[in-house]
Design a protein around this ligand. Structure first.
Ligand code: SF4
Ligand code: SF4
Length: 271
């Protein structure tokens, strides 16, 4: 474990020994459907880039979606989403700047022929996007419209390989928290045709807010096929370092605020 590493404490870790080795352990409690979901996050002492938060954000996201999916199944819903099911990979996927910086490092670990395959897909995507710009008349804030335009480019995701996700363990958070109810056939149509599972908190949105605030930028969502181009053009942003404890406390604060906002909204709509 290095001093730049930020990770969830698991049952094998001893919190006291982590602390005696100079690491901070930051707790996070989330109320999910009236039950407490507790996390301990172990933080080193080094200054780190924004991308250092991504592994922990992925793990928290997976634990939240696990609870949500289990609850829906207990209520009799059919949740067809699984590894290898990939029609939704033709929709528009975005990721925050922190995730893009992390992804750039992750794909360097791919074997060289696969790395070339991904680079070729990215180049093709750039060509198609430049050639067929979105029609001027539609509202760019409408994610479904934008996604339908994107789908018309027949791009698919640059990481789709033989019908499955080739970076499954490090896939973006928007992919990790996208689940539907019912039949997977609903994902063959336009975005918006399927009955998407509501998440009590969107980690993708939290991560976007986190990046916007720390980088002092507007929305930092980046269209996935353009991730490499964007990272190359914004390489100076990756150089910025923050105290790791500050990053984690900020992420925890934004996550708790987002979860309590959703809870208040759902209480307000029930009253
Ligand atoms: S959202 Fe649709 S295509 Fe994607 S994994 Fe779930 S069922 Fe399969
Ligand atoms: S990253 Fe993986 S899961 Fe996400 S859209 Fe691409 S292929 Fe699908």
């Amino acid at each position: 474990m290095s001093d730049s590493d930020i990770h969830l404490v698991d049952s094998k870790d001893d919190i006291l020994s982590l602390k005696s080795n100079g690491r901070e352990v930051i707790g996070l409690d989330l109320d999910l459907y009236g039950k407490n979901l507790h996390f301990d996050i172990s933080v080193g002492t080094d200054a780190v880039g924004l991308e250092a938060i991504v592994p922990v954000a992925r793990d928290i996201c997976d634990k939240i979606t696990e609870v949500v999916v289990r609850k829906n199944i207990e209520q009799g819903e059919r949740i067809p989403c699984c590894r290898g099911c990939a029609n939704c990979c033709n929709y528009l996927i975005t990721a925050s700047s922190a995730e893009i910086f992390s992804l750039v490092e992750d794909i360097k670990k791919l074997n060289s022929s696969f790395y070339k395959y991904v680079q070729r897909n990215i180049l093709l995507a750039c060509q198609k996007i430049l050639k067929k710009k979105p029609p001027e008349h539609f509202d760019h804030n409408q994610l479904n419209d934008l996604s339908d335009w994107y789908k018309s480019l027949n791009l698919g995701c640059p990481f789709l390989f033989e019908g499955g996700c080739s970076i499954y363990d490090v896939r973006p958070i928007s992919c990790r928290e996208y689940f539907i109810k019912g039949s997977p056939n609903a994902c063959k149509g336009k975005r918006g045709s399927a009955d998407v599972l509501d998440m009590p908190v969107s980690i993708a949105n939290v991560l976007n807010d986190f990046c916007s605030e720390l980088e002092d930028q507007g929305d930092t969502s980046i269209v996935l096929p353009l991730f490499q181009v964007w990272a190359d053009e914004n390489s100076q942003r990756k150089m910025k370092k923050f105290p790791a404890e500050y990053l984690v406390r900020k992420f925890v604060e934004l996550l708790k605020n987002a979860a309590s906002r959703t809870r208040e909204e759902s209480l307000a709509c029930c009253n």
